[in-house]
Design a protein. Structure first.
Length: 51
């Protein structure tokens, strides 16, 4: 499981390398509202390469 800072680092790097980045809806399992934490199963990311 990736931490928030690691995800941010990956997305920052992708933004530098592509023209378009689209993030789809995330699939969440086991949301815990008492601790404000959720486990994300998947999130679709679509990239368009630079030309």
């Amino acid at each position: 499981m990736l931490a928030r800072a690691e995800l941010r680092a990956v997305l920052d790097e992708l933004l530098l390398r592509c023209d378009r980045l689209e993030i789809g809806p995330a699939t969440v399992s086991y949301p815990n509202l008492t601790t404000n934490m959720s486990i994300y199963d998947e999130m679709a990311i679509s990239l368009t390469a630079r030309r």
